[in-house]
Design a protein around this ligand. Structure first.
Ligand code: SF4
Ligand code: SF4
Length: 455
């Protein structure tokens, strides 16, 4: 008999423990006498062997568990027809803002811009990747630097024209300061523009202390004015709020501002929170907020301030997505994560302003991390691609044996590569703490409300 290695057990009340099977999603309560230390005691569980087997806590052998793990990893990697390939195009690495938490440190002083002559080469690369992935859906995302700087207009128009021709929807990730300058062009290609994402980090004072122009002038008024125009034009707007310890307390005031503008009821406006992250460890961790803290903060506060429910949390969850659906803290069911992100199944190609192709926005501008180039000639670097694509929790012994592997996905590939292909132990610590804290806080409360069958 083999005990499943994907179990998280947490004490509930001294007499019972919550067991959560991260491989199958099963959640149960078992009396503590079935445990030895933190795990089930094989010598004591004979009376409950059959239900434990049924719920995936016990396998006939280690091989059986490994076979299940492998088949789950395979089934959760998107097939060709379910795959979406995002082609992210950066017309420039320059930006007119100087947000202190921006992760684009590697391109901060790099003023590369896509030349018009390179654009045909970029199209050839997109067509070639598309041909190899004929059944996959495709989309284009404009990114930067700031993709809507005034001097990028010609390239942006070419991208929008290309998207219309290929029938690829376009997303634009912009700081929003120049949307008025681009309004006419965007209206012309309205059909192609699926979504425009703009970041507002708080009410004016807070936003302006985090998202300011080079020179220090705040950007709030300009962005809010532009957003009003584009929302009235009927564009789909994703309003992103980057949260960390410094602005968490201001999001209630921000929700009231959005409410006063009726944006929370507008079906074209999607309001969401994202956690400021620091894969390159640039932002000190004391400024960051963990997933569990953010989720429980919103959950607790929204009991008194229901307007906080306007903030979608999907993008703020990296490891707690699946658990929060199991415990009903999610609007939709989230699958487990057997890999870290779309870079791991070839769902993401970033075309940098420097002519290189990258697998992740954070790697942008780091030429030694490029997975190919499109200028001067298109070629993919297979040895580099193999570091990203196909990487799952099975690619690494530590992750394949880890009890929270199916929630974590094996850690961010960019961070692993930066760390000389080793998993950073502090990442594992953060992942496990988030899971344990969430379970400790939520499980007891949830169990009080539900009828749970105790063994
Ligand atoms: S990165 Fe760490 S926490 Fe995540 S699956 Fe691997 S060993 Fe587990
Ligand atoms: S590799 Fe890491 S930083 Fe890059 S997209 Fe994936 S999860 Fe994000």
């Amino acid at each position: 008999m083999h005990l499943c290695q994907h179990i998280v057990a947490r004490d509930l009340d001294g007499e019972n423990r919550l067991v959560y099977n991260t491989l199958t999603g099963a959640v149960d309560i078992l009396p503590t006498h079935f445990f030895k230390d933190q795990t089930l005691n094989l010598d004591k569980i004979e009376p409950i062997k059959t239900p434990l087997q049924k719920r995936g806590y016990l396998f006939s052998s280690k091989t059986d568990e490994n076979l299940l793990l492998k088949s789950m990893v395979r089934s959760y990697l998107p097939s060709q027809e379910n795959k979406v390939i995002n082609f992210m195009i950066c017309p420039t690495y320059s930006c007119n803002l100087a947000c202190p938490y921006c992760f684009e440190e590697s391109v901060k002083d790099n003023h590369s811009s896509l030349k018009e002559k390179d654009f045909d080469k970029l199209i050839r690369a997109i067509l070639s990747i598309s041909k190899q992935n004929q059944q996959a859906k495709k989309a284009i995302i404009l990114f930067g630097g700031e993709p809507l700087l005034p001097n990028c207009k010609q390239v942006v128009e070419k991208v929008l024209k290309l998207a219309l021709k290929l029938n690829f929807p376009v997303g634009i990730i912009t700081n929003g300061t120049t949307l008025d300058i681009y309004r006419e062009l965007l209206l012309k290609y309205h059909e192609a523009v699926r979504m425009i994402q703009v970041t507002i980090d708080g009410p004016q004072k807070i936003h302006d202390s985090r998202r300011y122009y080079k020179g220090g002038r705040g950007s709030f008024n300009k962005i809010m004015g532009n957003l009003s125009l584009l929302i009235d034009d009927g564009f789909n707007i994703a309003l992103r709020v980057n949260v960390d310890q410094n602005n968490l307390d201001s999001i209630l005031a921000l929700s009231r501002l959005f409410k006063s503008l009726n944006w929370h009821k507008n079906k074209n406006v999607f309001i969401h929170l994202a956690r400021v992250s620091s894969h390159n460890k640039k932002t000190p961790s004391c400024h960051l907020i963990s997933e569990d803290k953010l989720i429980t903060f919103i959950k607790e506060k929204s009991k008194t301030y229901p307007e906080l429910k306007m903030f979608d949390l999907t993008k703020a969850k990296k490891v707690l997505g699946h658990i929060t659906s199991v415990f009903g803290d999610s609007k939709k069911l989230n699958s487990p994560s057997f890999y870290s992100c779309e870079a791991n199944y070839g769902g993401f190609y970033l075309f940098g302003a420097d002519g290189f192709i990258y697998a992740c926005p954070e790697a942008m501008g780091k030429k030694d991390m490029a997975i190919g180039e499109f200028s001067p000639q298109y070629r993919l670097f297979e040895d580099k691609i193999s570091l990203w694509q196909g990487r799952t929790i099975l690619s690494n012994k530590q992750c394949s044996l880890c009890n929270v592997g199916p929630l974590c996905g094996g850690g961010c590939t960019y961070e692993v590569i930066l760390n000389n292909n080793r998993i950073n132990p502090s990442t594992c610590k953060e992942v496990k703490e988030a899971i344990n804290n969430y379970l400790d806080k939520t499980a007891k409360e949830w169990l009080k409300k539900k009828e749970v069958a105790k063994v």
